[in-house]
Design a protein around this ligand. Structure first.
Ligand SMILES: N=c1c2ncn([C@@H]3O[C@H](COP(=O)(O)OP(=O)(O)OP(=O)(O)O)[C@@H](O)[C@H]3O)c2ncn1[C@@H]1O[C@H](COP(=O)(O)O)[C@@H](O)[C@H]1O
Length: 92
């Protein structure tokens, strides 16, 4: 998805940037436990949006979840292609 590719590039650019200049840089500065916590929170909010059948909220919460998940991957040194490779092995 092009939007995710573009988002990934911006996230990588923000690593090492001034935490005062960017939410992403601030997240990296706070560290992995905080980033992981945000992924958990956004996952719960996504589930809630799905269960109350609010499609607009589901789209918004899914975007929050994907953004924070990509930040977590970047912090862990995991490339989206690594995940794509796992998905490829599961194709049937
Ligand atoms: N996609 C996103 C994105 N999705 C969600 N968020 C931020 O995630 C935060 C989630 O809100 P919350 O209320 O849960 O969290 P919070 O209270 O602000 O923060 P915490 O104290 O909980 O950490 C909000 O501040 C949103 O702005 C995002 N921030 C940035 N991006 C993308 O990242 C790019 C770079 O952003 P900067 O790093 O800010 O330049 C932007 O151009 C966007 O494309």
């Amino acid at each position: 998805m092009q939007a995710l590719d573009e988002l990934w590039a911006v996230i990588l650019e923000r690593r090492g940037a001034d935490p005062e200049s960017s939410y992403t840089a601030k997240l990296f500065a706070k560290g992995r436990p905080k980033i992981a916590q945000k992924v958990g929170e956004e996952a719960v909010e996504t589930v809630i949006a799905a269960l109350v059948q609010d499609k607009d909220a589901l789209a918004a919460e899914s975007a929050d979840l994907l953004y924070h998940l990509l930040v977590l991957w970047a912090d862990c040194g995991l490339d989206p292609n690594d995940v794509a490779a796992v998905l490829e092995t599961r194709k049937r």
